[in-house]
Design a protein around this ligand. Structure first.
Ligand code: WT7
Length: 643
């Protein structure tokens, strides 16, 4: 593997970079690994404001970590107020463009006014530090404003991606016992309105604990407003004061809870706190994104996922950068919308996903070629391994061969980037996330915890606590311990497999658990299966991911109908809609395959490996001696695809 093609950063790039050589990286890393507490404390002190200092940097009672103990701070203060006494006060904090083409440029001063005003709205409704708020919104400036207002008051927020259904929204509201929901009438996607308020109304029927619902009017469509409970954002804000001091919060105050899929049917509420999170997110803006004051930075993710939390909102604002936010679809009104935006705003640093890149390749090179992309100096990728063809296209067609590509590996749980090239230092190999960032003790190990030799494959693990790590699963510390810290006792189990090549580069290979990655969205097979079996026609279901050219994986569901139900196209489309309603449209199975039985071991465990082989090659190889009923395989393999 040492023969893989490598790309070295140009002297042009390195000479201006925060970290400009592998020697610099190694010395940073050495300091961070040998004396982590001094290292992180030093960074935190120099780059962030603390109302009062910590008594201790780290308390590690595995698997529970606390960072910057007894310190008080506020992320909203660090992301906004701290810049107001500098030359950044009139700098654009957010450049926003709606899908229809409406725009807003919000300076740090203006952002401060708007966040304070909205924080006072929340206070006015009686929201208090320590309570939880649900944010179910389109990608309008009011979403980061609501997040920052919550952070300012110490209201723990949970952003629910707008693609989630009423059912998914409801389970999150109930799990968090939230008293307030912040939403909008709808947003725009591919020229149409995506309604949000009707889903909120449906969810709230079963959520008696919700006292208030604030509705931002984005589309001005007709919506129902329930008196007492529902309030119009603009009306409440009209007489709110612009003065709202940031609360002095404990470093371990929960900043947000973000739900993600695991290996069971129940999504996990990943808890992130304040002091450690802001420190590592801020640090990675320098190391990974090489952020400079003169940069226009654009992360084209959705704020509903962790990428949007850390790298659209919190990271760039903590760094005093200008962050571009775009509301809608990449191909609206035409497949060059992204390139148009890069040209228009002279974007310098651009961050997207392999699945988006593959979609752009399909649209054709003529779209980017219409635009002047010469402002770009750095390109990033996240969400899944970037395949070499997508890497080359990104490098040549978008980056004009001049921009380093950072393949960033991390997770909702890790809070910030963990493995990535340092753009001014690391020679990159397409498809490899290269090395751990300073202070991150990552390894590739076997099930007994011993490191694999170079050239070997194993599990990707993290061996030491890091500042932005998740603190627990909301309401379920036992599951946190069991899922992440007990697979290999005492070390963090990422759920990913990886290979280490003879140059020490790490290649992330994908999940080893029953978690799928569809268009960069994490989906759990168990969650999909339990949704399917809740339908009255379904006796049993097994879900697997099938390789897909654009989305990485596509959902294929094997379904055994109950007696008396016709296994026809009508039922298949009903089941597809059922999943879309229960979880969200992005989870809708691409294929439903009916069968009168599923391949199981004698102990009753569904053999997904066999199902995977059936959808990829239509035949089964390897050991099937543990199978309970061999004829099931013949029947399944003989079937035609139904799409
Ligand atoms: C899983 C985490 C962190 C934001 C995006 C998704 C996969 C993520 C990479 C990468 C290979 C990657 C892993 C990981 N993944 N980035 N650069 N190379 N795989 O966050 O939904 O929490 O998913 O995404 O499998 O475990 P998430």
């Amino acid at each position: 593997m040492a023969t893989d093609k490598t790309y070295r950063p140009s002297t042009n790039f390195s000479s201006q970079a925060h970290v400009s050589s592998m020697e610099d990286y190694h010395s940073l890393n050495q300091r961070a690994v040998e004396t982590p507490e001094e290292f992180w404390a030093d960074f935190a002190e120099r780059n962030l404001h603390w109302f009062s200092k910590w008594s201790k940097v780290l308390e590690w009672k595995p698997p529970f970590a606390k960072w910057f103990l007894d310190a008080t701070t506020n992320l909203s203060y660090n992301a906004i107020d701290r810049h107001l006494t500098t030359s950044r006060k009139n700098k654009a904090a957010i450049i926003w463009e709606g899908e229809p083409g409406d725009t807003q440029t919000i300076t740090y001063q203006e952002l401060h006014r708007r966040v304070c005003r909205f924080a006072n709205v929340l206070k006015g409704l009686g929201c208090k530090t320590g309570e939880r708020a649900i944010l179910y919104m389109p990608m309008v400036p009011e979403l980061p404003i609501a997040m920052l207002a919550c952070a300012r008051l110490g209201i723990t927020h949970s952003v629910v991606f707008g693609g989630f259904s009423a059912e998914a929204l409801k389970t999150r509201i109930l799990d968090l016992d939230a008293k307030i929901v912040i939403t909008a009438d709808g947003g725009y996607r591919r020229g149409k309105e995506v309604a949000l308020k009707p889903a909120v109304d449906e969810a709230l029927q079963d959520c008696p604990g919700v006292e208030h619902c604030i509705v931002y009017r984005r589309t001005h469509s007709d919506i129902a407003m329930q008196p007492e409970r529902d309030h119009d954002w603009a009306e409440l804000e009209a007489d709110a004061s612009e003065i709202c001091p940031a609360e002095e919060l404990d470093s371990e105050h929960p900043l947000y809870v973000l739900y993600t899929s695991g290996t069971t049917g129940k999504p996990k509420g990943i808890v992130h706190t304040t002091g450690g999170y802001q420190t590592q997110v801020r640090a990675t803006m320098d190391w990974v994104f090489d952020i400079k004051d003169e940069d226009t930075y654009w992360c084209a993710a959705d704020i509903g996922w962790v990428t949007g939390h850390s790298y659209i909102v919190y990271g760039p604002l903590l760094a005093g950068a200008t962050t571009v936010i775009y509301e809608g679809a990449p191909d609206h009104p035409q497949p060059d919308r992204f390139w148009r935006l890069i040209e228009k705003y002279r974007v310098n640093v651009f961050y997207t996903s392999p699945t988006a890149i593959r979609a752009f390749i399909k649209f054709g090179d003529e779209w980017p070629k219409k635009h002047d992309l010469s402002s770009l100096r750095l390109l990033g990728s996240v969400g899944e391994p970037i395949n070499p063809a997508a890497w080359d296209w990104y490098h040549n067609i978008i980056g004009g061969t001049r921009c380093p590509i950072i393949d960033t590996w991390w997770q909702t749980e890790t809070g910030s980037v963990m493995l990535s090239p340092i753009p001014g230092a690391t020679p990159t190999k397409p498809g490899s996330a290269t090395f751990p960032l300073p202070g991150i003790v990552a390894d590739v190990v076997t099930m007994d915890g011993s490191s694999v030799e170079s050239g070997g494959e194993g599990f990707l693990v993290i061996k030491k606590p890091w500042p932005s790590m998740m603190r627990t699963i909301w309401g379920d510390p036992e599951r946190f311990r069991q899922q992440y810290w007990s697979q290999i006792p005492g070390i963090y189990f990422t759920g990913d497999a990886a290979r280490r090549d003879s140059d020490g580069y790490i290649w992330v290979l994908g999940r080893v658990d029953d978690v799928m990655n569809v268009s960069g969205h994490r989906l759990s097979t168990a969650e999909l299966e339990s949704s399917l079996v809740r339908h009255e026609a379904v006796a049993e279901a097994a879900v697997i991911g099938k390789p897909h050219e654009v989305t990485g994986q596509a959902v294929v569901a094997f379904v055994t109908p109950k007696k008396g139900w016709e296994a026809d196209e009508a039922l298949a489309s009903e089941l597809r809609e059922w999943v879309a309603n229960e979880i969200g449209k992005f989870a809708r199975p691409e294929q439903i395959r009916f069968s009168d039985g599923l391949p199981k071991t004698r102990s009753g465990k569904i053999m997904r490996r066999l199902l995977r082989e059936i959808v990829t090659s239509d035949k089964v190889t390897g050991d099937i001696t543990t199978l309970e009923d061999l004829s099931v395989i013949e029947r399944l393999a003989g079937q035609q695809e139904d799409d």
